[in-house]
Design a protein around this ligand. Structure first.
Ligand SMILES: [Fe+2]
Ligand SMILES: [Fe+2]
Length: 338
């Protein structure tokens, strides 16, 4: 087996990946319409009481009233999701590795995408923050401390500066957040808070457009470099795909993220089974099994395709364990348990 001819040094490999990412720029330009023009875009104010109106007190009162029906468990998940959204500066920094905007105002399609994406995402944290503040249901200071810690702690997508890895990561995460916000919205609706249901529905629909963009971009990469793309996908799957809010910390609970993730699992907002289903979806969307590759990439292709079913079984085992975890106190809701 003489595979050395096809194992470029890591630096060369990353340089090749960078070239492919640049080569798909026409496709990026063609997909910039997945961003909504500002004059048509929703803004947080559209979903919040109008504090300039003469009857603002009644409006705020109604807003607060309907939030009373939201369960503590759902609140904890919502807070964790909001904190994750509020750490947007870390994600923008990280994605500049993909986009390489040297000036900050680069007119190139990749750079325009990153700025437009950041601007749309920025509304998510803003809106959820305003919802939580106005309802008076959570300890905002504890929540703010957690955001502060999370941004200061940072974020790593675990891609070792490989731009292919970043595209796999973002495709995965946009879908994960779409599922999570969508489920919080549906549960809020069932629990009787129509405001929160609408808010989460709007955010989920943004995530859905973003998911489409990154998934298409990675498909373009796979069309040009199926071997490299498949190897990058496999290396992301070999270590568990880390969640963006992984390093959240309220200065009290050393296992805060795990505790939050357990409540998300228990409520069914975002479960291990969702994780498995996202991977299966990406394997199908990127037609991994149909790509013609040889050598190490062919072995990675086999591994990815065989694994899809294994994640499902693992998900069932893991879910059973997580579902049994006892409720823990969260500073976000004044140490009530969830
Ligand atoms: Fe978001
Ligand atoms: Fe997103």
């Amino acid at each position: 087996m003489s595979s050395h001819a096809h194992s470029p040094r890591p630096v060369d490999r990353l340089a090749e990946h960078r070239e492919v990412v640049l080569a798909i720029e026409p496709a990026v330009a063609a997909n910039l319409d997945l961003l909504v023009p500002v004059h048509k875009a929703w803004q947080p104010s559209d979903y919040l009481p109008d504090l300039e109106a003469s009857d603002w007190r009644d409006d705020v009162e109604r807003f607060r009233q309907s939030s009373q029906s939201v369960s503590d468990e759902l609140l904890v998940v919502l807070v964790g999701d909001m904190i994750t959204e509020e750490a947007l500066p870390s994600y923008s920094v990280s994605l500049n590795e993909l986009v390489r905007d040297g000036s900050g105002t680069d007119p190139a399609p990749w750079a325009r995408w990153l700025r437009g994406w950041s601007a749309e995402e920025n509304r998510h944290g803003d809106l959820l923050n305003a919802y939580l503040r106005l309802t008076g249901r959570v300890s905002m200071r504890a929540v703010e401390r957690t955001v502060h810690h999370l941004i200061a702690n940072g974020f790593t997508p675990g891609t070792d500066t490989d731009p292919y890895g970043l595209l796999v990561y973002t495709s995965f995460q946009e879908r994960a957040t779409r599922i999570s916000h969508g489920n919080v919205g549906r549960m809020a609706d069932r629990q009787g808070d129509a405001h929160l249901a609408r808010i989460c529905g709007m955010i989920a629909s943004d995530e859905s457009r973003h998911e489409t963009f990154y998934t298409r971009a990675m498909a373009e990469v796979l069309d040009r470099d199926p071997g490299g793309g498949i190897l990058a996908f496999r290396s992301m799957l070999r270590s568990q795909i880390s969640m963006p809010g992984r390093l959240m910390d309220d200065g009290r609970d050393p296992d805060l993220f795990d505790h939050f993730a357990t409540v998300a699992q228990r409520t069914g907002v975002y479960t291990v089974r969702d994780y498995a289903s996202i991977i299966e979806h990406l394997v199908a969307a990127w037609r991994i099994g149909e790509r013609s590759v040889t050598g190490a990439a062919a072995r990675a292709q086999d591994e990815i395709c065989r694994q899809a079913g294994r994640y499902e079984r693992l998900a069932d085992r893991l879910s059973a364990t997580l579902d049994r975890q006892p409720p823990v106190a969260f500073s976000w809701i004044h140490d009530r348990r969830a």
